[in-house]
Design a protein around this ligand. Structure first.
Ligand code: NAD
Ligand code: UDP
Length: 312
């Protein structure tokens, strides 16, 4: 059945690919974005589709529309971008959630929240299960994002309990792929852009900190599966690739795949940078029959292909 679907943050990395995926599945898509970190170029190719609509809007302001489903993705995701204006980041997460939940309540739409592994902070439990409450510094550099997203989760569960809103919470772990902004500042885009230009690869700290990288196609498949579950499934559910890599390993792999002459340089580790991160995805496997299929090398090859167009 054709559904009308609102995607906030629809011009960003994940949002733009989700717009395209849902249009390909024959739905009607409304993309809402204020273009803080998203770009029109990510979605201009969709404008010729009569079932695609683009709206410039900031989620901190109320918004009215009639839709069946809402994917709430609006929020800068890269540390340099969410720390650029921390108060705005908190407003986007919290007021954005209130506005979108209010909308979902009024129009009885299903709403999915793009939460994050950052709700676990610098985790003392490894791998991270959904039952772990996290280790977040409430006054640190990352708190605008971490606490904003934690508050949004609280708003979601309380709108569900108090107002019967049909919610879905997904905790996304580091996801990468084409359509990431080349200057986004996240590690995969930084390393690939540096390697393609034979510039120094900037490793923060000693490079032994770990992340688990999920390719965008796998992640989007999981988000859509979650939206398709019955109303009793609300999450939170972790979504990510459980294969864990150190930043040194990631740098070596990117250098190998780009055949680069780049050297590694070591810069100070930003404060509160989590030392290790790896999702326990047992819940996603059991409830959504989901697990990632694309390994890091395969996903990086696709991503490198995309980034080559930004390098002269
Ligand atoms: P992104 O920065 O590419 O996309 C975010 C989009 O939201 C951008 O288009 C931006 O312009 C828009 N936006 C920001 N503030 C807004 C506002 N106030 N009003 C309207 N639009 C606004 O990041 P992404 O990687 O695509 O992330 C999408 C969502 O997924 C975010 O909510 C992020 O927190 C979450 N997430 C992503 C990852 C990841 O690894 N990619 C991991 C965990 C969570
Ligand atoms: N990082 C790095 N070099 C960079 C960018 C990031 O070594 O040029 C490290 C960063 O310190 C962190 C990891 O890579 O330990 C992942 O960073 P990213 O900003 O991609 O996402 P995070 O998971 O920290 O939100």
């Amino acid at each position: 059945m054709k559904k009308r679907i609102l995607i906030t943050g629809g011009a960003g990395f994940l949002g733009s690919q989700l717009c395209e995926k849902l249009l390909n599945e024959n739905h009607e898509v409304i993309c809402l974005d204020n273009y803080f970190t998203g770009q029109k170029e990510n979605i201009t190719h969709l404008l010729k589709n009569p079932y695609f609509e683009l709206i410039r809007h900031d989620v901190t302001m109320p918004f009215f529309i009639e839709v069946d489903e809402i994917y709430n993705l609006a929020c800068p995701a890269s540390p340099i971008h969410y720390q650029y204006n921390p108060i705005k980041t908190i407003k986007t997460s919290v007021m954005g959630a209130i506005n979108m939940l209010g909308l979902a309540k009024r129009i009885k739409a299903k709403i999915l929240q793009a939460s994050t592994s950052e709700v676990y902070g610098d985790p003392e439990v490894h791998p991270q299960t959904e039952s772990y409450w996290g280790n977040v510094n409430p006054i640190g550099e990352r708190s605008c994002y971490d606490e904003g997203k934690r508050c949004a989760e609280s708003l979601f569960v309380n709108y569900h309990k108090q107002n019967d809103v049909k919610i879905k919470i997904i905790r996304i772990f580091n996801t990468y792929g084409p359509k990431m902004h080349p200057n986004d500042g996240r590690v995969v885009s930084n390393f690939i852009m540096q390697a393609l230009q034979n510039k120094d690869i900037t490793i923060f700290g000693n490079g032994t900190q770990t992340r688990s990288f999920c390719y965008v196609d796998d992640l989007l498949d999981g988000l859509v599966r979650m939206m398709g579950t019955d109303d009793s499934v609300i999450g939170p559910i972790n979504m990510g690739n459980p294969n864990e890599f150190s930043m040194n390993e990631l740098a070596s792999l990117v250098i190998k795949l780009t055949d680069s002459k780049s050297k590694l340089i070591y810069l100070p580790l930003p404060s509160d940078d989590p030392l290790q991160r790896k999702p326990d995805i047992a819940k996603a496997k059991e409830i959504l029959d989901w697990e990632p299929k694309i390994d890091l090398e395969e996903g990086l090859k696709e991503t490198i292909k995309y980034f080559k167009k930004f390098v002269i």
